[in-house]
Design a protein around this ligand. Structure first.
Ligand code: GTP
Length: 430
């Protein structure tokens, strides 16, 4: 029997408390079954300088020849005595396989990228890899926007193993550039390649330096975390794995004989054997544990919820889509009135400002016009004055020529009459 108690929240929605078993706690099991039926996709990418053992590690990880065996003698040596080399990867290649383990179907894709570091210009070494990762996001986005979304193929890169050259010093500029340009597009997992070429002490020191450089340059790498549902053992395991980052790894496609006669995957040296799957020799086991056993779902989740989501938002905003930030609030009359009042006051203020601006403009126009007519008046006055001056000078000249003195009665009557007539005429003309 299921009994219910009702409470009504501030929003008006009714929350009901149920006593007794309803059955929805079985939901995780249903979800679990559905996931198993559907299967999982996981895409792993490797990148780094040429000859660092990327293809070899992939083959070692999946215990198969994902990539064809390389000719040990034709690859350029990478400066280590025990490293001859195989043929180079020249283009981005992707290999997919469907793996079934305990009825769980995993569609695994491994993407190998051409090594860099040996060309004249390595500055843009990250560019084709970034483009590949983004084009996979684009393909996913295009499928999401289709009318029928029932068969979405997810080829997004879930993790990128970045191979660091075992120099024993610090991260090189090319590593920093690479990681900085990719860290917000992919779960970055740094690995120190060919760890067998460094001593245990050198590995520890190099790891500390690499981590310090990563922190200094603000590079975001994938860090496995435990959640509240994990048991103490899992939490301890996760902590131990996280403490090994950057994983110092050794890869080998060959089996070598140990002192006790057993054959293991490893590398043979004159002084002994380095075992790939021996945790005392290198971090390969921890890397495999994190990637394929304990954190595959976390990597997939981080790709979907964080990396892809950020990419998608930026892409859509760039295409002109508007983010819908509408916040729905409960109706409150007082708040509504205050809001309206605020809007009205803002409107009035805007109107006032506009009116003041128009008034100012009109005054300026009027002042300008006044100034202009004043200047015109002034010019006319000057011109008239000049004309009168000229006429006066001409009259003076005439007077002089007619021999008229300045005293009026010394002038003959007829001459006086003529002169007066002349002046009157000229004044009339003026
Ligand atoms: P590109 O295809 O040019 O990018 O090279 P890559 O990084 O895929 O290297 P690859 O796996 O072809 O390995 C190059 C050479 O290094 C091969 O001869 C491998 O046997 C050797 N090698 C691979 N892993 C290791 C390792 O962990 N230690 C040592 N010493 N050599 C390794």
């Amino acid at each position: 029997n299921t009994s219910m108690q009702s409470t009504t929240g501030a929003s008006g929605a009714t929350k009901k408390k149920m006593n007794g078993y309803v059955g929805f706690s079985n939901y995780p099991n249903q979800e679990h079954r559905r996931s198993i039926k559907r299967g999982f996709n996981f895409t792993l990418m490797v990148a780094g300088e040429s000859g660092l053992g990327k293809s070899t590690l992939i083959n070692t990880l999946f215990e198969s020849k994902v990539y064809p065996a390389k000719d040990e003698n034709s690859h350029a040596a990478v400066g280590t005595p025990s490293a001859p080399g195989g043929t180079k990867t020249v283009e981005i290649t992707s290999v997919s396989a469907e793996i079934v383990e305990n009825n769980v179907k995993l569609r695994l894709s491994v993407v190998d990228t051409p090594g860099f570091g040996d060309s004249i210009n390595n500055e843009q070494a990250w560019q084709p890899i970034l483009e590949n990762i983004e084009s996979r996001f684009d393909a996913y986005l295009a499928q999401e926007n289709r009318v029928n979304r029932s068969k979405i193929v997810d080829n997004r890169v879930n993790a990128l193993l970045y191979f660091i050259k075992p120099t024993g010093h610090a991260l090189r500029a090319i590593d920093i550039e690479f990681m900085k340009n990719l860290h917000n597009k992919v779960n970055l997992i740094p690995v120190i390649a060919r760890a067998d070429t460094l001593t245990a002490r050198e590995v520890e020191q190099f790891k500390a330096r690499v981590l310090a450089d990563i922190n200094f340059h603000g590079i975001q790498i994938f860090r496995p975390v435990s959640d509240q549902f994990d048991d103490p053992d899992t939490i301890a395991d996760n902590k131990a794995i996280a403490g090994k980052i950057p994983f110092a790894v050794v890869g080998s496609e060959r089996f070598v004989e140990r002192a006790d006669g057993t054959r293991v995957r490893g590398r043979q040296y004159p002084w002994g054997v380095i075992e790939v799957e021996n945790e005392a020799h290198n971090d390969f086991v921890s890397l495999r544990q994190m990637l394929l056993r304990t954190h595959m779902e976390e990597l997939r989740d981080a790709t979907d919820v964080s990396l892809y989501e950020t990419y998608r938002t930026q892409k859509l905003l760039a295409l002109g889509h508007v983010q819908d930030n509408t916040v729905f609030r409960e109706f409150n009359p007082r708040q509504q009135a205050e809001e309206e009042e605020r809007v009205h006051a803002a409107k009035m203020q805007k109107l006032e400002a506009e009116m003041a601006a128009v008034f100012k403009q009109k005054v300026q126009e009027k002042e300008g016009k006044l100034r202009q007519s004043e200047e015109e008046l002034h010019t006319r006055h000057k011109d008239m004055k000049a004309v009168l001056e000229r006429q006066r000078a001409e009259l003076e000249d005439k007077k002089r020529r007619l021999g008229i003195s300045d005293t009026p009665h010394a002038m003959p009557v007829h001459a006086h009459a003529h002169a007066a007539q002349d002046v009157a005429q000229q004044q009339a003309q003026a």
